[in-house]
Design a protein around this ligand. Structure first.
Ligand code: 5GP
Length: 189
């Protein structure tokens, strides 16, 4: 998606060889018109998949996921991150290792917001090692629903997430694929 790539070139900051900072338009301040375009693009790509629900992980995935849900005309559900899980017996839950914080958290989903037979599109801001996306898939499948697609705003293609998701047969669409990061270097695949 050219608009997104241009934004990444203009405002993305490669902190090191593994982490891209996009606080100015995605994670902290949000470029709302850009997120609307992101949502329209995901909706166009996954339009024929019979999506019944868009799901994301709090908090950075919420904005692109909300515009995707709006464009598809389906509900948005936000999976929650909890350090410890007090009332977990009512929730579907799975452990996930956080790429940015380098610690584990529990990803949770209320069974009230997913139904047997749902066709779910998972949207997230970044794909690195695939832990978050795979955790989200585990929760959807624990509810006996189907992961009908995974939409990623920024994929770091030099990390193993894409391969892991594709090995499991998930349909993956990333709007920007980064092949290399370094001090002052952002290269696209
Ligand atoms: P994964 O689970 O695929 O290893 O990492 C994905 C999650 O980590 C995303 O939900 C995102 O919040 C965070 N993340 C991974 N890489 C980056 C990055 O380069 N920059 C930022 N801002 N977040 C990242």
């Amino acid at each position: 998606m050219e608009l997104l790539k241009n934004k990444i070139i203009a405002q993305g900051i490669a902190i090191n060889e593994k982490v891209l900072k996009v606080d100015s338009f995605l994670n902290h301040q949000v470029d709302v018109p850009l997120m609307q375009e992101v949502g329209l693009e995901f909706a166009k790509y996954f339009r024929d998949q019979g999506i019944t629900r868009v799901m994301t992980i709090e908090s950075s995935g919420i904005c692109p996921a909300a515009f995707t849900a709006l464009a598809l005309g389906v509900p948005l559900v936000i999976m929650k991150k909890q350090l410890s899980c007090i009332h977990c017996e009512e929730l579907l839950s799975t452990p996930v290792h956080s790429f940015t914080k380098n610690k584990d958290y529990t990803l949770t989903l209320s069974p009230n917001y997913i139904q047997y037979g749902d066709r779910v599109l998972i949207i997230d801001d970044f794909l690195a090692n695939g832990e978050a996306a795979l955790g989200a898939c585990r929760l959807v499948e624990a509810a006996k629903a189907t992961v009908s697609g995974i939409g990623i705003v920024i994929e770091k293609s030099f990390q193993p997430g894409r391969t892991l998701l594709q090995e499991k047969g998930y349909q993956l669409y990333s709007l920007a694929r980064i092949s290399k990061l370094g001090h002052g270097v952002i290269e696209f695949a």
